[in-house]
Design a protein around this ligand. Structure first.
Ligand SMILES: Cc1cc2nc3c(=O)[nH]c(=O)nc-3n(C[C@H](O)[C@H](O)[C@H](O)COP(=O)(O)OP(=O)(O)OC[C@H]3O[C@@H](n4cnc5c(N)ncnc54)[C@H](O)[C@@H]3O)c2cc1C
Ligand code: SF4
Length: 356
């Protein structure tokens, strides 16, 4: 591991001053990074994938609250831990889709440490990205992408480029995308709000950039709009993976339905994880369901539309062609599960901090 300096900030202004305005590239020798739970950044530093010259500890900042907003929405502090967020009574009762997605990720220990802001900025789990012995355009722009002709099991089937076929690994972000969350950030230039749809980006010609966040911008909160009673009653998060726990999604689906008294769909949300460089959503696929009876046939039609243009990556046994039918079926199953009624998170609580 490389040497780095460490400082701590106890106010947002101080954090912004300390982060400075150095280059933001992961390959630059000297740049500063915020550190929250450290569950991703420290792994990347230990593997020599990221080499920040300076860490700014933001844990002392007062950004851990989960607070109701005047418009009926909810503000999730950037430093609220994933476990505290998932089990918070207002999240569990009003946004059960978000609770379910968070609890599908990582392990109890990691969720106790991982912050909401850090979850948004966790980096891809592409095997080659972590292996500094091989080229990788995300790590070293212009060096190449061995995944395209190699092992692509965890990789994209939608929105990839000829530079990078990586996926974003977060579960939480898939639900946030389905729920139209907005990310609030602060920088020396002031504050701005970034809709989840615009927060993560597709790789295109700049695969080293995962998001639209500037190097010196601090995430302060993630805001959720007022909950839809329909979605509270009918939502589901389905995660398909190689192991039942402690594994990243091959495909995941956040699904929510608002159904009228005649069983027709008033509104639908479908977001996919594990299939693209960002949580994948297509308003046209959702619109296809509106006014339709909530049925497997209608769900299958929406799934086909959502997956149109899907393309397998990788070669031979490394190919991820299996993901295309898997994603189609997962969308139908998630919508059927949502239709049957949300299973709320009222039982097992593995967060020791919450146990009385
Ligand atoms: C073994 C393992 C399994 C996992 N499994 C899953 C899984 O199944 N699903 C899943 O979704 N996740 C999974 N994760 C990832 C985990 O959720 C993330 O590591 C965690 O959410 C990152 O949060 P953190 O606070 O630890 O971030 P850190 O590691 O502290 O930071 C991550 C990045 O975010 C930046 N950052 C942090 N906070 C801010 C802020 N407020 N403003 C600006 N920048 C900020 C840092 O500079 C850094 O670049 C797993 C992790 C591990 C180690
Ligand atoms: S898919 Fe992206 S992250 Fe993985 S090796 Fe290719 S360029 Fe690197």
């Amino acid at each position: 591991m490389n040497n780095f300096s460490f400082s701590s900030a106890n106010a947002v202004d101080a954090a912004l001053e300390q982060i400075g305005s150095g280059p933001g590239s992961t390959t630059a020798a000297g740049f500063a990074k915020f550190i929250a739970g450290g569950t991703n950044l420290l792994d990347l530093m230990k593997e020599n994938v990221m080499r920040p010259a300076r860490l700014v500890d933001i844990n002392p900042l007062s950004l851990s609250g989960i607070d109701a907003l005047p418009d009926g929405g909810l503000r999730l502090g950037a430093l609220a831990r994933n476990a505290d967020t998932a089990y918070h009574p207002l999240v569990a009762s009003r946004y059960p889709l978000l609770s379910a997605a968070i609890l599908a990720g990582a392990s109890a220990q990691i969720r106790n440490m991982a912050s909401n802001g850090g979850n948004l900025l966790q980096r891809t789990r592409c095997y080659y990205f972590y292996d500094t012995g091989v080229p990788c355009n995300k790590r070293e722009p212009g060096s190449g992408c061995p995944a395209i002709s190699g092992l692509a099991r965890l990789h994209a089937i939608l929105g990839a480029s000829d530079q990078c076929i990586a996926t974003h690994p977060s579960d939480m972000c898939v639900a946030l995308r389905a729920l139209d969350a907005v990310v609030q950030v602060q920088s020396p230039r002031g504050g701005r709000a970034i809709p989840m749809a615009e927060f993560h980006r597709l790789p295109g010609e700049q695969p080293d950039r995962d998001t639209t966040l500037a190097h010196d911008e601090l995430i302060t909160s993630i805001d959720l709009p007022a909950p839809s009673p329909g979605f509270v009653a009918h939502s589901a998060y389905l995660k398909l993976r190689d192991r039942a726990s402690y594994a990243f999604a091959l495909v995941s689906v956040a699904a929510a339905l608002d159904i009228d008294a005649d069983g027709l769909v008033k509104e639908a949300r479908i977001a996919l994880g594990g299939v693209a460089h960002k949580p994948w959503r297509d308003p046209q696929a959702e619109a296809l369901l509106v006014g339709q009876p909530a049925s497997p046939a209608a769900f299958a039609q929406a799934a086909d539309h959502l997956l149109r243009g899907a393309k397998a990556q990788g070669v031979g046994p490394g190919s991820n062609a299996f993901k295309i039918p898997m994603a189609q079926r997962a969308v139908v199953r998630a919508l059927e599960t949502a239709l049957a009624g949300t299973v709320t998170n009222t039982g097992h609580n593995d967060n020791p901090k919450d146990v009385p």
